[in-house]
Design a protein around this ligand. Structure first.
Ligand code: MGD
Ligand code: MGD
Ligand code: MO
Length: 775
């Protein structure tokens, strides 16, 4: 390193970082907070900025450029032509206006779901929507992929979404909980990131839990990184995928059989338990959902199920649930039944008891600070239009396939808009959406697809117009850490100049806004440039700080100091008990449900009459699972990856830590490997009626026989000349694109069956990370 080397403070979803640079090259990066558990993602800045897979210049697909009003050729199988920024923006403007004039604002899909980069100003999808609000409106989206089912059912059950809310504080868990259950949760992986920057406190709490001597149980078809981290201090219980409701019912029935359920709590704090109990005990259908019944479905022994009931009943038990199990067909039932079980145990609202749906995400449970929080960019200009239409986020392909189609969503009858133009900025829909081949077919329908990207992702390779965007290291921004804790305020200073022809999303949309109307740029920017916006947002925090006794310096001093600002602790937060007030006084602090109580039976859901979302939690067998697998079929798990955020950083050197045979790893049990003559490290072909992928075998007893895992987020690399075989192992080539139910219409990726064999075909080099030849 030369003497001109500087250290710049910035932050990503994966936490505050210090980046070494000479102003042109990034040399290295590390975490800026002291941490005993270094976060691998923090090492990747150099790879992000200097990746060979960066989009360098604006590019237009050849068949589009020839006749933009009537595009030719096939998206995904065409060449790209370099154009100037002015040409690209003029072309977008003209086609956008043409489509809007002929088909109206609902024909423009700008839902653009995705994890972009963090920061309060350079929010890609928000900026896209801000521009579209100025243009006259657009179709947006409802919900997300993360908690599609849970976030919709929870308000019916407890009156709040629970998945994005602060949890009973960790100090109380460490003090009071005797048993902690990680149910479908893998915090060691998933706490590496947050929607803002991670405050990095969560894993430290799990470390303390590990040392505490408390009883810890992981309920997961895979012995996850977290189970491995907890070592001998945790027990691993492995149900078949998708069978948790049966397992929970078995535990619940054991409680009733023994008179262990908390009648007093059920009476004072819940609604509809008796109706549910008729189902549980089989009074109406003659089937008692007892431990033996459950064992036959979930593959956990009846004795173990009874033992779990005994342990939970006789100890202060915290059920910490993750979200993988609700990303499944009938996903709504999972957390509804979990809360029903917690209600029967009667510990909801006690310190260290009950349930929590966000200990594995964004460091939930790390107490909220007395914080001064900056404002952030809004997705609507003054006087601009809101979304004129919205579709459930994971129903995008159905919407493209079936314009005008009528569907049910959360008690409403709705209609899909006729989408003619799609713009994605800050999302990886070709990695995040299910059933890639079906997506690619639907993707041919719009008249214009624009992708704003830093990298040549599969979505970019299937676009008409690709715009090169800066990474967050090529611009200035600001962020808080901790979605719940708001622990730190961090300046995100520009590290290097924009690479090649890359521009900020903000500048791209400002330039397009200028084309919309006289004074359009000023309306979009409100006359502020990057630093003026940051100053403006910061001043909101400063003002809030004054009211809360948190003194912040003036913006110029804050920016010049280049330091993390830590917010003061708040004693009350450290003693926060979720549902504590409600439990103490259910009348005085009712929940926002119709009865004011926890709804184990919902009249509102009953009124919808959805067979796929009954009015109390119920075991429903999915279309694809262990119970109807044909000989040789395996259940496919697509957990979230350790060394990337979804598809982000897949191209980075970090890949060497996990790739097997140069591809995505597929975890499988020795029994399943032996039955197919597969050895660790072999290239295997995984397929079903939807598609086929190559992957590298990782043979280990840390997964339940009959289940295989390919992590989500691997970049698709389809070979049209070989039956669209994905050479790299992108899991969504294989997953099922159906709604969780008509209630939530969430993503159900974790309900898929596949076949697997040793690959014996011709060599297939991976090209996922190569830019198109003509780029
Ligand atoms: N099978 C299966 N599929 C899943 C899941 C699963 O469990 N199983 N999980 C689902 C879940 S929970 C989620 S949240 C989704 C995640 O899906 P996404 O959030 O869409 O995934 P990311 O890979 O984070 O995509 C973000 C993209 O934004 C780009 N980007 C980053 N910064 C910027 C910027 O400043 N400007 C612009 N224009 N672009 C930028 C990145 O290069 C990247 O391509 O995946 C879902 N898909
Ligand atoms: N490092 C890293 N962290 C991340 C992300 C990332 O991509 N990388 N993504 C972030 C995002 S957007 C989200 S939404 C969260 C996701 O958080 P989660 O949805 O909780 O993460 P998953 O890995 O999908 O699932 C968690 C666990 O559920 C288990 N599981 C799956 N199906 C079943 C089942 O049927 N029964 C049981 N009992 N267990 C099951 C999986 O094996 C896994 O260990 O993570 C966030 N954190
Ligand atoms: Mo997510």
């Amino acid at each position: 390193m030369t003497t001109s080397t500087k250290t710049i403070l910035t932050a990503a979803h994966w936490g505050p970082m210090l980046v070494e640079t000479d102003g042109e090259q990034v040399f290295s990066s590390t975490g800026a907070l002291a941490s005993v558990h270094p976060n691998s993602l923090q090492s990747a800045v150099r790879d992000q900025v200097h990746s060979k897979t960066r989009v360098r210049w604006p590019m237009v697909r050849k068949g589009f450029l020839t006749s933009p009003d009537k595009p030719q050729g096939v998206r995904g199988q065409d060449e790209y032509v370099r154009v100037s920024w002015e040409e690209a923006l003029d072309l977008i403007h003209a086609q956008h206006q043409r489509i809007r004039a002929s088909h109206g604002p609902a024909a423009i899909f700008a839902g653009s779901y995705g994890w972009r980069s963090n920061g309060i100003l350079h929010k890609a999808a928000t900026l896209l929507q801000r521009y579209m609000s100025q243009a006259g409106g657009y179709t947006g989206h409802l919900g997300d992929y993360s908690t599609g089912a849970a976030q919709v059912i929870m308000p019916y059950v407890v009156g709040s979404n629970e998945v994005y809310q602060q949890q009973t504080s960790w100090p109380l868990v460490l003090e009071h909980s005797e048993v902690v259950v990680l149910w479908s949760a893998n915090p060691l992986n998933t706490l590496k990131i947050a929607w803002n920057a991670s405050d990095e406190q969560g894993i430290g709490f799990f470390e303390q839990l590990k040392q505490s001597g408390k009883r810890l149980i992981c309920i997961d078809p895979m012995r996850s990184e977290t189970a491995a981290f907890l070592e001998d201090s945790a027990e691993w219980v492995a149900p078949h995928m998708g069978s948790d409701v049966a397992l929970m019912l078995g535990i619940a029935h054991t409680l009733v059989e023994n008179g262990w359920h908390d009648r007093a709590f059920l009476d004072s704090c819940t609604h509809g338990y008796d109706i549910f109990e008729r189902y549980l005990t089989g009074r109406d259908d003659g089937v008692a959902k007892n431990a033996e019944w459950a064992a036959a479905i979930c593959g956990v022994s009846g004795d173990k199920i009874s033992e779990l009931a005994d342990i939970f009943r006789h100890h202060r038990t915290m059920l910490m649930a993750g979200w993988g199990m609700q990303r499944q067909q009938y996903g709504e039932q999972k957390h509804w039944m979990l809360i029903t079980l917690a209600a029967m145990l009667g510990q909801i609202g006690l310190p260290g008891g009950g349930f929590g749906l966000s200990y594995h995400f964004a460091n939930g449970g790390n107490p909220t600070r007395r914080a001064a929080v900056p404002a952030s960019m809004q997705g609507r200009v003054a006087g601009g239009s809101d979304a004129v239409e919205r579709i459930p986020v994971a129903r995008i392909v159905e919407a493209l396939e079936n314009p005008g189609g009528v569907y049910q969503h959360n008690g409403e009858t709705r209609q899909f808009p006729d989408i003619r133009m799609v713009w994605w900025a800050g999302g990886g829909n070709f990695t995040h959406h299910q059933d890639t081949n079906r997506l690619i077919a639907a993707w041919q329908k719009p008249e214009l697809v624009v992708i704003s990207e830093c990298f040549w992702t599969a979505a970019a390779k299937h676009a008409d117009i690709v715009l090169p965007i800066t990474t967050s290291f090529e611009r200035n921004d600001l962020t808080m850490t901790g979605d719940y804790s708001q622990q730190h305020l961090v300046p995100m200073k520009q590290v290097v100049a924009p690479q090649f022809g890359a521009r900020n999303d903000f500048d791209v949309f400002a330039s397009l806004a200028e084309r919309l109307e006289q004074g359009g740029r000023e309306r979009f920017t409100e006359g502020r440039d990057e630093m003026a916006w940051l100053n403006y947002f910061y001043d909101v925090a400063r003002k809030q700080g004054e009211a809360r006794g948190v003194a912040l310096p003036e913006f110029s001093a804050f920016w010049a100091a280049n330091q993390i600002v830590e917010m003061p602790e708040d004693e009350n937060s450290a003693r926060f008990v979720r549902f504590g007030d409600f439990r103490a006084d259910p009348q005085g602090h009712p929940l926002k449900t119709p009865s004011g109580k926890i709804e184990i039976y919902s009249e509102r859901i009953a009124a919808y009459g959805y067979a796929d979302c009954p009015p109390h939690p119920r075991w429903l067998a999915p279309d694809e699972w262990h119970g109807n697998a044909r000989e040789g079929q395996l259940q496919l798990l697509s957990s979230h990856p350790a060394h990337r955020l979804h598809s982000q950083l897949n191209y980075a050197q970090l890949r060497e830590r996990y790739a097997v045979a140069g591809r995505e790893p597929v975890t499988l049990h020795p029994i399943d490997a032996a039955a197919r003559g597969i050895a660790d490290g072999d290239v295997v072909r995984v397929w079903n009626q939807r598609g086929q992928v190559l992957a590298g075998a990782q043979v280990t007893a840390d997964i339940k026989p009959g289940v295989i895992c390919i992590h989500e987020g691997g970049w698709p690399d389809l070979a049209p000349e070989a039956g669209n075989l994905c050479r790299h192992g992108a899991v969504n080539v294989l997953t099922l694109d159906i709604p969780t139910s008509r209630l939530a219409n969430g993503c159900a990726a974790n309900s898929s069956l596949v076949w697997l064999e040793k690959y014996q075909g011709p060599e297939m080099p991976v090209r996922a990370f190569d830019p198109p030849a003509t780029a």
